[in-house]
Design a protein around this ligand. Structure first.
Ligand code: ZN
Length: 296
């Protein structure tokens, strides 16, 4: 039986103080994940810095559109499950959701409170940003990386991008922001989750999960061309249009489905804690990377 809470790792070593870069030009805010050494994996340091950057863009009237991007080879290889900067045990006093601090909580409460805040809560908060958002995706967009691309309104990908949610290996039914059967037809979502295989940018485009594919060296140009176009349109019109589509998705059950599946996700975490060495069924960054390479 494992510890009641995540193994306490006292020595969090951040490789940077600024995991998110932020700049504004011509009405376009660029929010750049900057942990290229770790495939831009998301620790809490990064998710809170992302939230700060998004809110800065929301509050700046000069910003009309937001581009979310990742430095280096990959857009995002998911949640941080193994870098020296993995910080799941850390308290964050300035939380954004009405959930209490997870860090000193026992049993399933630890992960439940943490993920209500940092994964489900923050992802939904970003989806609701009233300015249009574009994800600019190259290389890997895996698991927690999908959550970031999916909360954006448009996804522009390079032809070498690939998508996967391989958490079945952890006995988990998909990442916390469970949009899979809304982003993909249900049978494809089943294949995507049951097999955990990589989906090419081309297939993602064919299924409507991605808006545009371009060669890698044209990715920035194509993304910013769309951003520039959006920056010309009326702010309220863009906000209302985005809200209209999000509202219809929620009428189709997106939000309530996500609420229900979040609890299955946490049954899986708790089950893993009972039968293995951690809430990820004994997996870590290394074992997942090795397995994913085989399943490419
Ligand atoms: Zn989780």
């Amino acid at each position: 039986m494992s510890d009641l809470v995540e193994p306490r790792k006292a020595d969090i070593v951040y490789e940077t103080e600024n995991p998110i870069l932020y700049s504004v030009e011509n009405g376009i805010a660029s929010i750049t994940m900057d942990r290229p050494k770790y495939g831009n994996t998301q620790n809490s340091q990064m998710t809170y810095a992302l939230d700060d950057a998004f809110m800065k863009a929301v509050n700046d009237d000069a910003v009309r559109v937001i581009v979310l991007r990742g430095n280096g080879k990959h857009f995002s290889s998911g949640h941080d499950i193994g870098s020296p900067g993995r910080d799941v045990v850390k308290s964050w006093p300035d939380r954004k959701m009405p959930w209490w601090d997870h860090a000193n909580k026992p049993g399933a409460e630890f992960n439940y409170a943490r993920e209500q805040e940092v994964y489900l809560g923050l992802s939904r908060r970003w989806r609701d940003i009233p300015k249009p958002t574009i994800a600019m995706v190259q290389g890997a967009c895996i698991a927690g990386g999908l959550m970031l691309a999916w909360v954006c309104d448009l996804i522009v990908a390079s032809d070498d991008a690939f998508f996967a949610d391989p958490v079945i290996r952890m006995g988990i039914p998909g990442v916390e922001y469970f949009a899979h059967p809304f982003e993909l037809p249900p049978r494809v979502a089943k294949e995507f989750l049951l097999l955990g295989e990589r989906m090419s940018a081309q297939r993602a485009y064919d299924l409507g999960m991605v808006n545009k594919i371009v060669p890698r060296d044209k990715l920035e140009e194509a993304t910013y061309a769309w951003a520039a176009k959006l920056a010309e349109f009326p702010r309220m019109g863009l906000a209302l249009t985005k809200q209209a589509i999000n509202h219809v998705e929620d009428l189709r059950g997106k939000r309530t489905a996500m609420d229900a599946v979040f609890h299955m996700h946490h049954l899986a975490h708790a089950h893993n804690d009972l039968i293995s060495t951690n809430h990820l069924a004994g997996q870590d960054a290394k074992s997942m990377a090795a397995a994913n390479k085989k399943n490419a």
